[in-house]
Design a protein around this ligand. Structure first.
Ligand SMILES: Cc1cc2nc3c(=O)[nH]c(=O)nc-3n(C[C@H](O)[C@H](O)[C@H](O)COP(=O)(O)OP(=O)(O)OC[C@H]3O[C@@H](n4cnc5c(N)ncnc54)[C@H](O)[C@@H]3O)c2cc1C
Length: 439
């Protein structure tokens, strides 16, 4: 690794999906990565991007999210091989309480030309799923949204591919360099101070995933946020909170989940209100509940997750090291193993009696969420671009492309709905009936 420079045009903090994507796209649009420097306190893949399940989907109730995802899927599709992107599609399989929301997602996907199919009715949904998997048996389902685009990536391999593209254009990446201060003699940041030296710069991009609260403090931004509600009342919430994402892998051959036609299936997300029983026939939950899963060679089995839970600790405590000894370690435990495997068996006969094959490893992780659980993409202190994706973000590879354009002075309409001022102005995103904070 080369010596840390003392000056740069743009310093990007964090070598996760957003930092690397911004660097690559900035270098690409300029024809060279000269003057673009990434610093990471550990290395690429050390953060959320290195543990993400890697699902890429468009299924969002919020129009602004959907348009941003369609843009991002387009970026994934530019080089599936380098990004280790598997365009198998995505299915949202839902109970009646979600049918209208998902129906409106479908209609708006048609309006923006995002290819998908929407099946309605219990019998019709069951038949659609049984045509794909003859052992399909999920109960309480009354709609299926089948997105033909999207899919999933192998997280570490995909990041390595993106990193190689950035480095090939001359972007410098410095691992083991921790940012401790943003120097601000006036209103703008003129240097990034690290434990290895100071880099003077014209632009800063902050892509630090779940560590964002620390940088929020460095920028003197508020730890609580005032939100103008639709009722005209101003509510105040912590700016950052943490959710623990429960994910795991059933240790079977990934090809256990082939379709009847012998293909790898779309990523599957099931939300139902049917009661859930475990292998012993005991009630796990009355519902509603939701799971997602996919065959995954990288994780070595059927990988997926369950509804996350809120971490009951102040952001200042968790933000120090979300993946260190302070994190709820393990994020997953017996409750998750039991529920998730029961849910898999609820959906497919082939998983009955397989609960014991769950891998008892350290999986899942923490996500840092904004006051409304949607991203904050904004510029502070004149030249400091913050990419705080509220844990939506592996799939959002296209955000870096938009931020790169903004660094070069071109405001991007797709990013506008994610400005921090939306809270004070009451320009909030619509809220769905999904049990997940990111749908
Ligand atoms: C278990 C789990 C599963 C997920 N699954 C999905 C999914 O399927 N699909 C999806 O779209 N999203 C998913 N996500 C969300 C997604 O992983 C994140 O939104 C995204 O990876 C965040 O990327 P990032 O580049 O902002 O941050 P990160 O990948 O966290 O990278 C931040 C980097 O900043 C560095 N850093 C931090 N502080 C400093 C400092 N002071 N100085 C220098 N460097 C610093 C860190 O070392 C790290 O490498 C998941 C998240 C989790 C936790």
């Amino acid at each position: 690794m080369s010596t840390l420079p003392t000056s740069a045009d743009t310093v990007i903090i964090g070598a996760g999906i957003h930092g690397l994507s911004t660097a690559f796209h900035l270098a690409e649009r300029r024809g060279s990565g000269a003057g673009i420097v990434i610093v990471d306190k550990t290395d690429s893949a050390a953060g959320a991007s290195g543990i993400a399940c890697g699902v890429v989907r468009n299924n969002y109730f919020q129009p602004a999210m959907r348009e941003l995802m369609a843009h991002s899927v387009g970026v994934w599709e530019t080089d599936p091989e380098a990004f280790h992107y598997h365009p198998v599609g995505y299915m949202q399989i839902s109970h009646e309480g979600m049918r209208d929301d998902v129906g409106s997602i479908y209609e708006q996907q048609q309006a923006i030309g995002y290819e998908s199919v929407f099946i309605e009715g219990a019998a019709e949904s069951d038949a659609y799923m049984k045509a794909m998997f003859s052992d399909w048996r999920a109960q309480g389902i009354t709609s299926v949204l089948h997105e033909k685009r999207g899919g999933y990536c192998h997280n570490k391999a995909g990041l390595a591919g993106l990193r190689a593209k950035a480095e090939a254009l001359g972007v410098q990446i410095h691992a083991g360099v921790e940012v401790t201060e943003l120097r601000r003699p006036g209103s703008a940041v003129d240097a990034v101070v690290t434990n290895q030296g100071t880099i003077e710069c014209d632009h800063v991009v902050i892509g630090v995933g779940p560590w964002v609260a620390r940088f929020w403090d460095m920028l003197d931004l508020p730890t609580t946020t005032k939100i103008l509600g639709a009722d005209g009342v101003v509510h105040e919430r912590p700016t950052w909170i943490y959710w623990a994402l429960q994910e795991g892998t059933l240790g079977v051959d990934p090809d256990t989940l082939l379709t009847d036609a012998g293909d790898r299936p779309p990523v599957i997300h099931v939300d139902t209100d049917a009661p859930l029983y475990d292998d012993a026939g005991e009630l796990v939950t009355e519902g509603p509940w939701g799971i997602y899963y996919k065959p995954d060679d990288h994780f070595g089995g059927i990988q997926g997750g369950y509804v996350p839970y809120i971490v009951d600790k102040p952001a200042a405590e968790v933000a120090v090291d979300p993946y260190g000894p302070q994190s709820p370690d393990f994020v997953v435990g017996d409750d998750f193993y039991r529920t998730w495997t029961a849910a898999l068996a609820h959906c497919h006969g082939r998983f009955e009696g397989k609960a014991h094959l769950i891998k008892r490893e350290k999986t899942g992780g923490l996500g840092c969420f904004s006051p409304d659980s949607f991203p904050i993409f904004d510029t502070f202190a004149e030249n400091c671009h913050v990419i705080a994706d509220s844990n939506h973000g592996w799939k959002m590879i296209g955000v870096g492309k938009l931020v790169a354009a903004e660094v070069d002075g071109e405001p991007q309409a797709l990013l506008r709905p994610f400005r921090y001022a939306r809270y004070a102005e009451g320009e909030l995103h619509p809220v769905s009936n999904s049990p997940y904070p990111w749908s």
